[in-house]
Design a protein around this ligand. Structure first.
Ligand SMILES: *[C@@H]1O[C@H](CO)[C@@H](O)[C@H](O)[C@H]1NC(C)=O
Ligand SMILES: *[C@@H]1O[C@H](CO)[C@@H](O)[C@H](O)[C@H]1NC(C)=O
Ligand SMILES: *[C@@H]1O[C@H](CO)[C@@H](O)[C@H](O)[C@H]1NC(C)=O
Ligand SMILES: *[C@@H]1O[C@H](CO)[C@@H](O)[C@H](O)[C@H]1NC(C)=O
Ligand SMILES: *[C@@H]1O[C@H](CO)[C@@H](O)[C@H](O)[C@H]1NC(C)=O
Ligand SMILES: *[C@@H]1O[C@H](CO)[C@@H](O)[C@H](O)[C@H]1NC(C)=O
Ligand SMILES: *[C@@H]1O[C@H](CO)[C@@H](O)[C@H](O)[C@H]1NC(C)=O
Ligand SMILES: *[C@@H]1O[C@H](CO)[C@@H](O)[C@H](O)[C@H]1NC(C)=O
Ligand SMILES: *[C@@H]1O[C@H](CO)[C@@H](O)[C@H](O)[C@H]1NC(C)=O
Ligand SMILES: *[C@@H]1O[C@H](CO)[C@@H](O)[C@H](O)[C@H]1NC(C)=O
Length: 578
């Protein structure tokens, strides 16, 4: 360790001498940006982009158990609505009788279940019912994973079975890495690893896990996740016959003692490539008020990192666009994702399956409230700062967007009409799912439509599964509610989400919907607009080319990358023709 930090120090000094102007400029640029950013960083609402200075615990959890019945059976999935041709009402699958499903050849049904080969068969199905049933709820996706992506995933699963926790390779490698950490030389290990570290809220964590997994695919590493109690029981294991959970007793549970990648490997870093490299390095790509350009998108740094057996990866961001800016990854990415804009759609559907507990909550809520509707409308409302955008402003914005674009009908006068239950059955019914920390929105909308007739004659019912008032971090129950909300939103036929919200990014990609985005009323004259890609926005993209020059026009240098409309500082993947 001593030796390596000496040589790293030398390289920092070289950097400081060689590039003082660049660093000055970088700091000035970022400071001015972060000054503006402060406004957003007060955000403590669910599902949003948040700063890294996370407050945890301390708040009181209001538990309403989603207002759900606990003893809903799974005999009838509710599915995508009774009138949908994809609705498989003829089948009875119960939670308790899944293990006995006999193995069979791949049928069309099986193909649909496995999402066109994205998923692999062979899992103990009772351990993760959602993997088997989610296709009853989501519309079939028109976006097919490429054969190359499928083969990469199958190879990855094999690698994970060989090198994951509890394997011989893993045990030996971890010993070597622990030892050589003290020894100051890089360990020659059988496998190489990424340990994903959480940052920010659940939405941020999901998009950063997907990004880290793609990085693992690109670099031949095994990805493990450090899940604290707050994420226990949210997701199924994604990789067949192995676990992705970093064992709690691992000496690497805490990344604190590990060197941090920031000023150590930068522009001049290539000169420091020697055996003094650490065995473990903490790569923090997250936002911090002092973070400078990391040059993570540069080939030379990727070569350096490839020598380090264990990387801790922390981002809280969808940093996938930076891979598309890295020349050495380009060819592989093009083969994996010939349709670039469904990258997260595939990664997300591959990795994130609700646990049985989450699935029970999702499906029972769906069956009780949403299945009977002719159309399901998801409204994801995130208030960044109630002082800047008071609830009334946001409510007006929502009504303006949904009424103006005919997603919801206008109310006819204030005349109360009484609907008998038989009348109700004859009506076209739209169910609105409101996802917000604030109950106010669901209640307000409910009152708008209660006992009122509408211009279209449609009956509007409004549901809000949770309303936590405050985003909570490191809180399992809160995360479970958030995950249920995200998934329910992804089952909507029409989706409206809030600018900059990672929560909305995940919902739209899992459900393959192009939502209406509510813009920030402080900065935008437009109320809302239809989204143009399924991809999340990378909020803190690289700002410099690898030679240190600032990137002035991202679109001209990187044909697949454009600035986001919901957060113009960020970038996202687009089709080259857009
Ligand atoms: C960040 O956290 C530190 C220590 O927990 C605290 O002193 C500081 O005020 C926090 N800053 C912000 C912006 O919340
Ligand atoms: C939690 O609730 C208790 C009792 O209602 C109250 O005394 C306490 O201050 C609350 N804590 C927080 C962090 O709100
Ligand atoms: C739950 O199940 C019990 C027994 O099966 C039944 O009596 C009860 O009505 C059910 N509760 C609800 C809310 O359906
Ligand atoms: C069900 O589907 C049929 C044929 O597609 C259509 O004519 C009918 O209006 C639908 N019913 C409802 C309630 O949507
Ligand atoms: C499904 O279960 C219901 C009641 O549990 C039964 O009436 C029906 O026949 C079953 N359907 C099939 C296809 O087994
Ligand atoms: C499970 O399903 C099999 C057929 O696949 C059936 O023979 C068996 O009786 C079922 N068991 C239970 C407990 O329902
Ligand atoms: C330290 O590293 C050297 C060189 O790789 C190796 O020979 C030696 O055994 C290591 N010492 C320990 C205690 O691991
Ligand atoms: C997964 O484990 C099961 C049960 O041990 C085994 O039958 C199966 O062959 C394994 N699959 C793979 C691909 O390793
Ligand atoms: C929405 O807002 C625009 C501009 O503020 C206004 O012209 C329009 O009438 C509003 N539409 C509705 C349905 O409220
Ligand atoms: C709607 O009608 C029901 C039954 O007639 C009544 O109990 C309720 O108070 C009404 N709500 C509103 C908001 O008018």
């Amino acid at each position: 360790m001593e030796a390596s930090s000496m040589s790293l120090k030398k390289s920092i000094i070289v950097c400081l001498i060689a590039f003082p102007t660049l660093i000055m400029v970088t700091l000035m640029y970022q400071n001015s940006f972060f000054g503006q950013f402060e406004m957003f960083s007060k955000d403590m609402s669910m599902g949003g982009m948040t700063h890294n200075n996370v407050t945890s615990g301390g708040s009181n959890v209001t538990t309403n158990d989603f207002g759900l019945r606990q003893n809903v059976t799974h005999d009838n999935f509710g599915g995508r609505g009774k009138n949908d041709t994809n609705f498989k009402s003829s089948k009875n699958i119960s939670l308790t009788n899944l293990t006995s499903t006999p193995p069979k050849e791949i049928t069309d049904d099986e193909k649909e279940k496995l999402l066109d080969g994205l998923l692999v068969s062979g899992f103990d199905e009772a351990s993760c019912v959602s993997r088997l049933q989610s296709h009853f709820y989501h519309k079939p996706s028109p976006h097919k994973p490429s054969p190359y992506l499928i083969s990469k995933l199958r190879k990855y699963e094999e690698l994970h079975r060989r090198c994951g926790p509890n394997t011989r390779a893993y045990n030996e490698d971890m010993k070597k890495i622990t030892k050589s950490k003290k020894n100051g030389t890089s360990a020659a290990t059988t496998c190489k690893y990424i340990i994903w570290l959480p940052a920010n809220g659940l939405g941020n964590q999901i998009i950063s896990m997907a990004s880290s997994f793609l990085y693992a695919l690109l670099t031949g590493r095994v990805m493990l996740v450090q899940f604290g109690k707050d994420k226990e029981g949210l997701f199924c294991e994604p990789f067949l016959n192995s676990t992705w959970l970093l064992p709690e007793k691992s000496p690497f549970w805490n990344a604190e003692k590990v060197q941090t990648y920031q000023s150590t490997i930068k522009m001049g870093g290539a000169n420091t490539l020697n055996e003094d490299f650490p065995s473990a390095l903490h790569v923090n790509l997250g936002y911090s008020p002092t973070s400078e350009e990391r040059f993570f998108h540069c080939d030379h740094n990727q070569f350096l990192l490839s020598n380090i057996p264990l990387l801790f990866l922390e981002a809280g961001q969808y940093f996938v666009p930076s891979f598309f800016m890295t020349p050495i990854f380009k060819k592989e990415l093009n083969k994996m994702f010939p349709e670039i804009t469904s990258t997260f759609h595939h990664l997300g559907r591959y990795l994130f399956h609700p646990s049985n507990e989450a699935w029970e909550l999702i499906t029972s809520f769906y069956q009780q409230n949403l299945a009977k509707a002719n159309e399901r409308i998801g409204l994801q409302i995130r208030v960044v700062d109630p002082k800047l955008t008071p609830h009334q402003v946001v409510m007006n914005q929502i009504l303006n967007c949904t009424l103006g674009n005919k997603l919801l009908p206008k109310v006819l006068g204030t005349k109360n009409i009484y609907l008998s239950s038989s009348d109700k059955n004859k009506k076209i019914m739209k169910a609105v799912l409101v996802s917000s920390l604030y109950r106010h929105y669901g209640e307000n909308l409910k009152m708008t439509y209660m006992n009122k007739s509408t211009v279209s004659g449609e009956v509007i019912e409004v549901y809000q599964p949770s309303g936590e008032e405050q985003q909570k971090f490191n809180d399992n129950k809160h995360n479970m509610k958030a995950w249920v909300d995200i998934y329910l939103l992804s089952l909507s036929d029409v989706l409206v989400t809030t600018y900059q919200s990672t929560f909305g990014y995940v919902a739209k990609a899992l459900g393959n919907s192009r939502p209406w985005i509510l813009y920030n009323p402080v900065y935008s004259n437009e109320i809302c607009e239809r989204e143009f890609t399924l991809e999340p926005c990378y909020h803190y993209p690289p700002l410099h080319y690898c030679n240190g020059k600032p990137i002035e026009d991202v679109g001209s240098s990187f044909p697949y990358i454009r600035h986001c409309k919901d957060y113009t500082f960020g970038v996202k993947l687009v089709n080259a023709s857009v």
